[in-house]
Design a protein around this ligand. Structure first.
Ligand SMILES: Cc1cc2nc3c(=O)[nH]c(=O)nc-3n(C[C@H](O)[C@H](O)[C@H](O)COP(=O)(O)OP(=O)(O)OC[C@H]3O[C@@H](n4cnc5c(N)ncnc54)[C@H](O)[C@@H]3O)c2cc1C
Length: 462
């Protein structure tokens, strides 16, 4: 008899083996394991887990179908709320959203909602289960900027309602951070991201790549010359931040975005591609978020000894617990309560080390976390040949600076209503990281849904 207080463990690639390859870390559940885990769900009437999900998936509804072995039925239930479940099942922070609300979690492990979602979605991809298409088109034309999770969700929801939707993407590949940011070993591109985007295409959404809105054309031109009646901006927050310390412009200093883009999108880890990457012998990754963990684990797989440099303590690390756990298992070294002061550069302009200082925690700051304070006289040097800065990102100002009447705030984020994505400009909506600053896949999807709702409310009146 299974222990109802414990979740069914999920199979993973061995830590020592996976530290040397880019294959997916987690194998996910098979059908028997999924049905056993689904049987732990109490099918609560007032399901708190749904309130924890930013796109309100009917979680007990899909789990009860899994329990009965009706996986196609479970996929249909998820599909009512989410267009990207195989992605969310892998990268959503379930522990702080749906799973932390699960009643099972009071006395034992919460139900493994994320792993069940992933199982159902993978089953649908493997068995090519088609999404529900609109019965007829409604004659309205909408443009979506950006093919990340917010744009894909907005486009998918509008297509299901019968809109003619075109997504304009600046890069040559679709998916936004899902393809250029999150590494292959967490989110496989061919097996998962591309296939899930195919499902959005099957809804009738058209995609145009290599179109940079603000350069190739503008929002005003799309509306005035190409007859798009509404536009959704889901252009993300891809502009990296730096510390402004000496040595930051040396060779061998990367933003995490650039480092990960070279590895993920330009396949620098694959010898058959011609993409250079500083595959350093000793790498320092500055920062403690998910992006820092991805950069650290990528550098490790490229053969380096990797040090994460983070100015607060382990309790304040913003990365998902699972990511920190995996990084440690694989051999990433954490230098906590430590902050860079200077990047040391050799006579040829290459990184040769980093001067750091020890920190202690003071009173909580505006973010609610205890403020890190330098300990005078505690500076020391570490030897590194590559530095990856992972300090956060902000939206690129290009779109706002080329669109008449589009308001942004002091963080360069587009100002938009939370419930419907309406911006300061008529018929222009926005959501995702472009509005909130760097956040999460599921919040971007939630904003894409809100934007689709706002556009539908506007255009269905016409
Ligand atoms: C390395 C990394 C790891 C992460 N890990 C996680 C995780 O584990 N879990 C999680 O929930 N979140 C994670 N995130 C955050 C998450 O990926 C983002 O919050 C999410 O992708 C934001 O979605 P979006 O649609 O707003 O923007 P994006 O995904 O950034 O997509 C924006 C798209 O717009 C395009 N674009 C930009 N400007 C233009 C223009 N002018 N014209 C045309 N197209 C344009 C971009 O090329 C891009 O494709 C991670 C982020 C990074 C960088």
């Amino acid at each position: 008899m299974a222990d109802m207080f414990k979740r069914v463990p999920v199979r993973e690639q061995d830590a020592k083996v996976r530290a040397t390859n880019f294959e997916e870390v987690c194998y996910g559940y098979n059908k028997e394991e999924a049905m056993e885990e689904a049987a732990r769900c109490l099918n609560c009437k007032n399901a708190k887990c749904i309130q924890g999900c930013p796109v309100s998936i009917n979680i007990p509804g899909f789990i009860s179908k899994v329990k009965d072995g009706d996986i196609e039925g479970a996929y249909k239930v998820i599909g009512e709320s989410s267009a990207l479940p195989a992605i969310c099942g892998r990268v959503c922070p379930q522990e702080s959203q749906c799973e932390c609300k699960c009643v099972r979690g009071i006395k034992g492990d919460p139900v493994s909602i994320g792993k069940l979602e992933r199982f159902v979605a993978d089953y649908a991809l493997e068995n090519d289960i088609k999404p529900q298409k609109a019965e007829k088109m409604n004659g309205h034309k909408v443009a979506v900027i950006g093919s990340g999770p917010s744009g894909l969700t907005c486009a998918g929801d509008l297509a299901k309602l019968g809109y003619e939707v075109t997504v304009f993407e600046a890069l040559h590949e679709l998916g936004g951070v899902l393809v250029y940011g999150i590494p292959e070993f967490r989110l496989p591109k061919e097996k998962v991201v591309k296939k899930e985007i195919e499902k959005v295409k099957e809804l009738g959404v058209k995609f145009e790549t290599n179109v940079v809105i603000g350069k190739s054309t503008t929002i005003d031109q799309l509306m005035e010359e190409e007859n798009f009646e509404a536009v959704f901006i889901g252009s993300g927050a891809g502009l990296p931040m730096f510390m402004g310390i000496p040595g930051e412009t040396a060779n061998g200093v990367f933003s995490a975005n650039e480092y990960l883009t070279r590895s993920n999108l330009m396949k620098a880890f694959d010898d058959s591609y011609d993409t250079p990457i500083a595959a350093g012998k000793k790498v320092a990754v500055v920062g403690g978020g998910n992006v820092a963990m991805d950069a650290a684990r990528t550098a490790l797989r490229l053969g380096a000894e990797v040090h994460v440099i983070y100015r607060r303590s382990e309790a304040e690390l913003p990365a998902r617990v699972e990511e920190v756990h995996h990084a440690k298992e694989e051999g990433v070294i954490f230098n906590l309560l430590t902050n860079p002061k200077e990047i040391l550069v050799d006579e040829n302009g290459w990184v040769k080390g980093m001067k750091v200082i020890k920190m202690e925690l003071g009173e909580p700051d505006a973010s609610g976390r205890r403020r890190p304070i330098e300990i005078p006289g505690s500076e020391y040097e570490i030897e590194v040949d590559t530095v990856i800065m992972s300090l956060g990102t902000s939206p690129n100002p290009l779109i706002a600076s080329t669109t008449e009447g589009l308001e942004t705030n002091r963080r360069k984020c587009i100002v938009a209503e939370e419930e419907n994505g309406q911006t300061s400009k008529a018929c222009v909506f926005a959501g995702g990281d472009a509005v909130t600053g760097a956040a999460t896949v599921i919040l971007a999807m939630g904003a894409g849904k809100a934007g689709a709702k706002g556009i539908h409310e506007l255009l269905s009146q016409k």
